[in-house]
Design a protein around this ligand. Sequence first.
Ligand code: 5GP
Length: 212
Amino acid sequence: MPQDASNSDSPSTGHGLPGRLVIVSGPSGAGKSTVVQRLLRECDLPLTMSVSATTRDPRPGETDGKDYLFISSDEFNRRREAGEFLECKEVFKLGRWYGTLRDQVASGLKAGQLVILEIDVQGALNVLDNREFNPITLFIHPGSMDELEARLRKRGTETEQAITARLETAAGEMRFMPQYQYEIINGSVDAAVAEICQILRDQKENERCSKN
Ligand code: 5GP
């Protein structure tokens, strides 16, 4: 069951634009990307995805401009200096940077869309600190650390060092779950997609009611 830990009953988006941010966080290997991609295809709401920039290398099957904007460290620093990021973070302490680009977010919000940010916990906290936004926040996890480790190993895309770093980060991230409005246990992708779509529908319905 979705759990709404938020005490706020104000659905105001804050930034005055018709769209709304939806933050999806959770440990790497929790299946967030799969759930989000299916949500974009199957949920009957005006959803869009903010494509983050990263300095990490593409994994097999990932496409530049769709999964991420894969850019060099120099390019990342240049954009950071130019203030192009809403938030950015070195995620696994391995020199890999990730960041949300302001223009990705702005275009969706202006168009009245639900703009999904799939970002880490620190990035989410930075966005929450920015009072301009009142995002819907979801935390996805696979149920246990053992299950998470099994999924990371099954994916087979990471070195042993990267798996260790991701598991350490995951243990730290799980502690931030209570700061999110909704906890989603990704036992089955179908169920997680249906659950999130219903949460977003309900949130939109609440917004409509509060405007009347
Ligand atoms: P991955 O390398 O597995 O694609 O992503 C690693 C982690 O980086 C995930 O937890 C993901 O949510 C996070 N991440 C991806 N894009 C961003 C971003 O733009 N900002 C932040 N703060 N984290 C991000």
